[in-house]
Design a protein around this ligand. Structure first.
Ligand code: HEM
Length: 313
């Protein structure tokens, strides 16, 4: 196996056997140099826990691309993919793409809806959705785990939190998968079209919440934007987009890959069935083992930063 490349990160082979890929990362770590085909240019991956924590906590590593490059520079670097990448990077103004104090402000606006107490209050409704999904397939004696359970469960929960009508939810999966699927298939034009339709949908939703506010999180964010002091329109659209995508893609992967891991390790499945009180620690371990999000979003070095004898710039 040769030096890890950017393409390896996104390949089907890596997806099929992430454990083997992690072993390669550890072998070639702790710092791996990559040349990205996209507008990120030269990139590095840290592979150890200590380095990861150090990078995540170091304010010299920033998330806001506007601070480290101009759109024209990104355009040159990205070549024919520029329009989509530039749209993503320029347009996105949410927690994953901004630094403090903007990050702190945006996080403060949504974190009230995600406190442990509020999430605990959702438990009966989440249980009800799960029960209904299982009851709907019980008589068949078989199910498609992703279509019948893993996707509808989280998308229903996040959509109810955001006040999104049930009829629109299936459409999100198509848009969201078209946008986030890697490698770069489907084609860039399809991703761009999906992104535009998604943004258009969110704009219509926001107009509706502005005219008919409810008790949902979207209405709360629209009212904050209308007060003019808390977030602007780009941040509002981008935050709703992040919540919809982050609120289901991750959990779909956890349920799907977690179940696959249990089927591949029947002795673990037996232990769990025999003692359901193991479930919380099993979920923690499945999160670690199956890694529904295997790479963090990128950080940029705002100055030259020495690491393991190299300079990150
Ligand atoms: C299995 C489930 C999930 C996993 C594995 C997961 C994973 C992650 C990871 C790794 C990050 C950090 C990304 C980075 O900084 O580079 C993140 C951030 C985030 N996730 Fe999740 N996530 C999950 C579920 C959710 C859900 C259900 C929601 C909301 C509805 C959500 C909303 C967010 C938000 C808003 C951020 C940005 C937080 C910030 O920057 O302060 N995630 N998630």
């Amino acid at each position: 196996m040769g030096q890890i490349t950017f393409t390896d990160l996104l390949s089907q082979e890596t997806k099929r056997d992430p454990v083997a890929f992690s072993a390669r990362l550890r072998e070639q770590g702790p710092l791996i140099h990559l040349t990205s085909p996209f507008s990120m240019g030269e990139s590095w991956i840290v592979t150890t826990y200590d380095d990861t924590i150090a990078v995540l906590k170091d304010p010299r590593f920033i998330k806001d691309t506007h601070k480290v490059s101009k759109p024209s520079e990104r355009q040159d670097a990205a070549g024919e993919n520029a329009s989509v990448i530039d749209l993503f990077l320029t347009w996105r103004r949410d927690m994953l793409t901004v630094d403090p104090p903007d990050h702190t402000r945006l996080r403060g606006l949504v974190s009230k809806a995600f406190t442990p107490r509020i999430i605990e209050q959702l438990r009966p409704r989440i249980q009800q959705i799960a029960d209904e999904l299982l009851e709907a397939v019980q008589a068949q004696g078989r199910m498609d785990l992703i279509v019948d359970f893993a996707f509808p469960l989280p998308i229903t929960v996040i959509s109810e939190m955001l006040g999104i009508p049930a009829k629109d939810r299936q459409q999100f999966r198509v848009w969201s998968q078209t946008i986030v699927n890697v490698p770069m298939e489907p084609q860039m034009e399809d991703k761009l079209a999906a992104l535009e339709m998604f943004v258009q949908y969110i704009k219509t939703l926001l107009a509706d919440k502005s005219a008919h506010p409810g008790s949902d999180l979207t209405s709360g964010l629209v009212q904050a934007e209308e007060r003019g002091d808390s977030l602007n329109e780009a941040e509002l659209i981008s935050t709703i987009f992040l919540l919809i995508v982050a609120g289901h893609e991750t959990t779909v992967n956890l349920i799907g890959n977690g179940m696959l891991a249990l089927l591949e390790h029947p002795e673990q499945m037996r232990l769990l069935r025999a003692d359901p009180s193991l479930l919380p620690s099993a979920i923690e371990e499945l999160l670690r083992y199956t890694a529904p999000v295997s790479l963090s979003s990128p950080r940029w070095a705002s100055e030259d930063i020495p690491m393991h004898g190299q300079v990150i710039r």
